[in-house]
Design a protein around this ligand. Structure first.
Ligand code: F6R
Length: 607
């Protein structure tokens, strides 16, 4: 999705903003731009394509000495990717310019009204409506915060906006509604951004803005106001523990590979302070104020949804809690029965996914309790839920989600153990066993990941020709098969489907031929023999089979990828890593843009 950075300080704003925009590139974008005020003049520079196009354009301008400015990376929603549609959008008189993330739902009506007042529009965006609207209010009210407040009250939809105006050189005004915006506080410099990495090299002191707040920054001050009354609001300053290193590639070729390789540490960080295997206890004070759920409704999208599917049996088995798992965009519109005592578990790495957030809001409006399982501190889902368990995975930069799923799986295992023990249905010995297994898991992953990458590389060379393939699993491994297929299609653009292996003969096997490989997950468990029969059916029809299994599988397959035998469901972490590495190596071999796949954005803040 789009990215915003605003800077008011003592350094050259062009450099700070360009760097900030580069750190937001992972969100996905198709154009970029910047606005600066220098010598009582507003300068707006925009370019279609990558940030380097913007840099090239800036190189032809007079060097800017401005120390205040706003920048944006745009991911087109209204109007094609083009220079005219790129942000910032100036008003008619070129007295202010703004950048915007989100969607103005009533822009058609507002645009008509503004046109009747004589405004002419130069872009096809919903955003331009905002710059004209604020400009009109500024003429009427004479003051930026009053104008922003009046204009934003007429707007329906979601926004994070940052604005500079000739009315206040050296100042940036910003506001949010259902789209993230964070304040970064430095020494003699302040920032606003849609995401923390944008200003991370300069400061780790942040303030999270709430919906309908307006903020003003100057190099030496900041203030947050209520969006309608404009009364001053007291805000808590938070110290972020990530460093620049954790938001950089650290020698890896891609963020995706770095994030896959970080998974041992991700498991450790998620467990930190939350387990005591000697007492077979989980320590989750975040849950203290929430009653034991009678039933769980897991609501999520994409990879987070797969993590929820994976955890379903575990909650049912260990905590005897019935679980429904639903895609958030369906959850919102389907009729369902949620009863007193049920808990909604909103799973989201970013904590900003529009459908998951809307599901949370709808559930809360109906009086249901919601627990958020999020990675991003202070994100909307984390703030709006009745409680939050953070997955503590650190920043996930690659568009394709990897370590987030590993952390969600770890956190949901802890939740299942916690509720199972609380309810008295999970034996202490099982809890102790799992906790010890979890504590040993990082070392096992560490020992395996490099070898796995080599196998993935070899297999990628062998199978990169394929145009379609299946990923098959059964039981807990079926959601992992779905995830393997999602990873492959999103970064290598190879068509892939995940199936429950037992479903093959009910239709999909018709597709199998020598050019349609099947990737199977065959852990050593009660379902293995059934899965192997399904695979023999594939082989009989000439389909090549790659079988991911623990050592000792005595079967005739095209490729057997051995991974260590560890207990269910912890072996899921090894299968997951192998699937991620396979997708990664396929995409690298095919020369794809691994970290920023086409048509995708990191955080999907629109429906
Ligand atoms: C896939 C991927 C997406 C996200 C989905 C939900 O690799 O990244 O499918 O998992 O958009 O995002 P969050 O977890 O931020 O709600």
């Amino acid at each position: 999705m789009c990215g915003i950075i605003g800077y008011a300080g003592h350094r050259p704003a062009v450099t700070v903003i360009l760097e900030g925009l580069k750190r937001l590139e992972y969100r996905g974008y198709d154009s970029a731009g910047m606005a600066l005020i220098q010598n009582r003049e507003l300068n707006v520079v925009r370019a279609k394509g990558k940030i380097r196009e913007l840099e090239d354009k800036l190189a032809f301008q007079d060097p800017y000495h401005a120390t205040t400015g706003i920048g944006h990376t745009r991911w087109a929603t209204h109007g094609l990717p083009s220079e005219e549609n790129a942000h910032p959008h100036p008003d008619q008189e070129h007295k202010l310019a703004l950048v915007h993330n989100g969607i103005i739902e009533n822009h058609t009506r507002l645009k008509r009204e503004l046109q009747q007042l004589g405004c002419s529009f130069r872009s096809d965006t919903d955003t331009e409506v905002l710059s004209h609207l604020i400009s009109q209010e500024l003429k009427r009210l004479g003051d930026v915060p009053l104008a922003m407040s009046a204009a934003l009250q007429k707007v329906e939809g979601s926004y994070a906006v940052a604005l500079i105006s000739l009315n206040g050189e050296g100042q940036i005004w910003a506001a949010r509604h259902s789209s993230p915006l964070i304040l970064g506080l430095g020494q003699g410099e302040n920032f606003v951004a849609s995401d923390i990495p944008a200003f991370l090299p300069y400061t780790r002191e942040v303030v999270f803005l709430e919906d309908d707040e307006i903020v003003q920054i100057t190099p030496s001050s900041w203030q947050v106001l209520d969006g309608s009354s404009l009364e001053h609001r007291n805000k808590e300053q938070v110290h972020i523990s990530w460093d620049v290193q954790s938001a950089q590639k650290s020698g890896y070729r891609h963020f995706m590979l770095k994030e896959i390789m970080e998974q041992p540490q991700v498991v450790r960080d998620c467990l930190a302070g939350r387990t005591d295997s000697s007492r077979a206890a989980t320590l989750l004070p975040e849950l203290d104020h929430l009653p034991l759920p009678r039933r769980l409704h897991i609501v999520a999208c994409g990879t987070s949804y797969h993590a929820g599917l994976w955890a379903r049996n575990i909650f049912q088995e260990w905590a005897e809690i019935p679980v429904e798992v639903e895609i958030a965009s369906e959850f919102r519109y389907n009729r369902r029965i949620i009863e007193e005592g049920d808990l909604i578990l909103a799973v989201s790495q970013s904590g900003e996914t529009a459908d998951t957030l809307a599901g949370l809001r709808q559930a809360r409006q109906l009086g249901h309790r919601v627990l958020g399982l999020c990675n991003v501190l202070g994100s909307s889902i984390a703030r709006e839920a009745d409680g939050v368990v953070y997955t503590q995975a650190g920043p996930e930069i690659s568009v394709a989600s990897t370590k987030a799923m590993c952390s969600q799986m770890t956190a949901m295992l802890l939740l299942a153990l916690h509720w199972g023990r609380m309810k008295g249905v999970l034996e202490e010995s099982v809890c102790r066993d799992v906790l010890r297994g979890l504590e040993d898991l990082p070392a096992i992953l560490e020992a395996e990941l490099e070898g796995m990458q080599q196998t993935a590389q070899r297999l990628a060379r062998k199978y990169a020709w394929c145009r379609s393939c299946f990923f098959l699993g059964r039981g807990d491994h079926f959601p992992l098969a779905l995830e393997g297929a999602l990873k492959l299609k999103e970064i290598s653009y190879i068509h892939a489907e995940g199936y429950a292996a037992g479903e093959m003969k009910h239709g999909p096997i018709a597709l199998v031929d020598p050019e349609f490989p099947v990737f199977a997950l065959a852990p050593d468990n009660a379902l293995q023999s059934k899965l192997l029969s399904n695979l023999q059916e594939v082989r009989t029809r000439g389909g090549p089979v790659i079988c991911l299994a623990p050592p000792g599988l005595d079967q005739d397959m095209d490729d057997i990828w051995e991974i260590p035998a560890i207990r269910d469901p912890l072996n899921g972490f090894l299968f997951l890593s192998a699937l991620q590495l396979f997708a990664y190596e396929m995409a690298v071999y095919l020369g794809k843009d691994v970290d920023q796949p086409r048509n995708l954005a990191k955080s999907v803040t629109v429906e």
